[in-house]
Design a protein. Structure first.
Ligand code: PAF
Length: 288
């Protein structure tokens, strides 16, 4: 496993692989790797001859409203490298560029990619500009690494849809694979931001997933008053000490408001607990 921090270095390696007809997978991350990331790497390994894990804390996707979030985001390159080397099948490359290497012209002046409709709702409403930052850096990573396949976690369900849309609309020749959320024993979705929770909050954070499961049960047992389910869930989260941003039942395909006609629905929530902004979701089949 090699760590590369320049785009030229990455391109040289990828060009060699491609000349041998090898299939290349990219696992984009912001580091501080947990079991969820390692599962993406394992799946990537099954899907391609070569695996690149990118580790880059992308300044462009942190909005000002989250003040300080970019600076305090955990940067743990050394430990991340150890975790990846300890895997049965190590990735071939860790691509860990500097901000300067990723944004030579400074990230404020860069061309940017917008996927407006799906980016401005839910998380996008609370984190203005976030998905422009995500879409732009992912497009850059695709151009740099030229992968055949890229893998993302379903915990960031909205992000996954933004990326699928970006790839379809701009004809990137990259297959996108979504991997189910990996959870702690108590149900809490694994996330780098869980590092901001105290041990007591980590236990209490399980209420977020429990609330999603409860809403799922209500829908599965025939409840159609989505507004009522959402209001009950939000109240439950507030009682447990969360500050909910949203709790929504949406159409899975495009995150528009759910109706009885939907093939698939998703229940999504975002809520602050202490210093951590937590997101989670449950994708469900329509009961009809
Ligand atoms: O999900 C993440 O870690 C990031 O949003 C991503 C996709 C690596 C882009 O910076």
């Amino acid at each position: 496993m090699k760590t590369i921090d320049t785009v030229t270095g990455l391109r040289i390696m990828v060009a060699r692989w491609r000349a041998n007809g090898e299939r290349v997978a990219l696992v984009p991350t912001m580091g501080n790797l947990h079991a969820g990331h390692l599962q993406l790497v394992e799946r990537a390994r099954k899907n391609a001859h070569r695996v690149i894990v990118s580790i880059f804390v992308n300044p462009m996707q942190f909005s000002n409203r989250n003040g300080g979030d970019f600076e305090r985001y955990p940067r743990t390159l050394e430990e991340d490298g150890k975790k990846l080397s300890a895997m049965g099948y190590q990735p071939d490359i860790i691509f860990a560029p500097s901000v300067q290497a990723m944004y030579p012209a400074g990230f404020k002046q860069e061309a940017r990619i917008e996927v407006p409709e799906i980016s401005n709702i839910l998380c996008g409403e609370f984190r203005p500009g976030h998905f422009v930052g995500v879409a732009t850096v992912v497009a850059k990573l695709f151009n740099m690494a030229q992968p055949d396949v890229a893998l993302f976690g379903e915990k960031d369900f909205q992000q996954l849809l933004v990326i699928r849309r970006l790839v379809a609309d701009l004809c990137f020749p990259v297959e996108i694979i979504g991997i189910p959320t990996v959870r702690e024993k108590n149900g809490l979705a694994m996330s780098s931001r869980n590092a901001y929770l105290s041990s007591e909050e980590r236990e209490r954070a399980a209420v977020l997933y429990q609330t999603l499961q409860q809403a799922q049960q209500q829908i599965e047992s025939g409840e159609r008053d989505f507004a009522m389910i959402q209001a009950q869930a939000t109240a439950k989260l507030s009682e447990a000490g969360f500050q909910p941003e949203y709790f929504e039942i949406r159409r899975a395909q495009d995150l528009q408001l759910a109706t009885d006609m939907d093939e698939q629905q998703v229940i999504l929530a975002a809520a602050w607990l202490g210093e951590a902004r937590l997101i989670d979701n449950i994708v469900m089949e329509s009961p009809d």
